[in-house]
Design a protein around this ligand. Sequence first.
Ligand code: ADP
Length: 582
Amino acid sequence: MEKEKKKILFVASEADPFIKTGGLADVAGSLPQALIEEGHDVRLVIPQYRQIPQKYKERMEAVCHFRTKLAWRDTYLGVNKLEEDGVPVYFIDNQYYFDRDSLYENEDKHEQFAFFSQAVLDMLPVIGFQPDVIHTNDWQTGPLPLLFADRYRQQSYYQDIKTVFTIHNLKYQGQFAGHAAGDVLGVAPHHWESGNIRHNGLLNYMKTGIMYADHVTTVSESYADEIQTSYFGEGLDYALRLRADDLSGILNGISYDKFDPETNKNLAVRFSKGEIDKKIANKVHIQQKLGLEVNGDKPLIGFISRMVEQKGLDLVKAVFDEIMATGAQFLILGTGQREYEEFFEAKQHEYPDNLSVNIKYDAQLADQIYAGSDMFLMPSRFEPCGLSQLISFRYGTIPVVRETGGLNDTVIPYNEETGEGTGFGFRNYNAHDMLHTIERAVSFYDQKGIWNKLINRVMNLDYSWHNSAQKYSELYNQLAGIGKHKLLQQGDQSKVNIKVYHPEQEKEDITKTKKVKTSKKISINQSSAAELAKLPGIGDAYAERIVTYREQKGDFTKKSDLTKVKGIGKKKYQKISKLLTL
Ligand code: ADP
């Protein structure tokens, strides 16, 4: 079948090489190019932050500038452009919003990224690009599908555009005081009242993207399943279950050009498949550079990561001395929570020859560690996709991982019976399970026949973007073929009132929703604040409290629990209870 060429606008808050804080930048910096190779017309748009290096700013051309309204604000909107590796990249320029010391730590970040989302939509007719699909990413772009549904797709220029929202990490949600819905986003009140953009009484940009995009993806199939459970759902599992029919997992790839052991100039010695001696030369180089005992035969474990709880650092802390007792060397690169940084810095003094702790962000050193390590440790509590295990494969470094999310989908634990496997894995989030897995990996490291086979095997894996870009292509084609928006049809208010479900009651509630339509009573579990407020004796304030209580504690299991809601005493309950049903 001939490939269908689609016009795609990829919208992200960061993209390598312009600006990077995490894996999202890797994706935004490499997926568009892979999609262009699939035959699509793909453009990328990011904010023009102060921190973007001058060398890129010098290459930008001004495309247009005009004024736009963000709710009641009249603001400047400039669009600049450059081309990087064949990808047209637009930069949204507004000094007030993006000429800041920090990317994501500003008090008005809800306003910064509301502006960004709206600016992207506003610029389209001006720059003359009419995409088939706008692909948004993470909470910073969550408002875009909402704004689109609220007031753009009713306009002829936008009417055929579909939106995709990709979750790179559900933990970071962008939660703000509710008044911003009107004051900053300027959207109609029903979006808030229905609960679609609200979670625990706060405006939630992640939930907004989930509820309003035509399709939601996340970055591995396992994580797509996991986030629909309460353990991994970060409180939003109910929203993801509601969108389950439009939710899929597509694994991230990595740039095989950027992470290429044959050409990477950051490496001390470049090497190709089969050149295991040259890989060891990289180990010796990094041992020398970082002051470790120089010994090509010692197993070296690498760890490069943001130092946050997600990455399983509490497990590493719990059995750190036992890990060092395996006789392996340990090389750490990362920054983050002070408690972890301090722990490792203190340990550095205990193991001067075998532990190197580097509290910084250093892309060149990262490449040298990937290439020089024998094993790469990722004991993550959860991991949407994880890029480091894929980068490790590329450099013949064997991942030791907790089998969760994308790690579960990419690393096959070594099986000594069959000889199969591409790494070492453990399932339970448990420090001793991790330790035994490290010990096991170290014991196989000593069996050179097996270890070298593993190195050759992982270096032959293909986690470039090609396969995943094809999956995105299929998704775009599918979406562009759908005539109508699946969710929240214009004028279809019944779908706007999507309710907050308590996990166990989900099925029951869906059945009840049908009943409510024929009943005169109003459901306390399924009605929006606006619907509740219409009942005599309830009013806006109580309605809001009932809905907030429900969001925090789950659905009411009996009507009399209404008396637990602040301000609803027995008297008030008696007055209103006959009008209500569960
Ligand atoms: P996350 O997005 O959760 O941080 P990923 O594994 O998806 O995790 O991506 C992390 C990316 O950032 C990888 O490319 C990794 O090598 C890189 N990285 C993390 N910390 C550092 C650091 N201190 N120095 C250099 N690169 C780093």
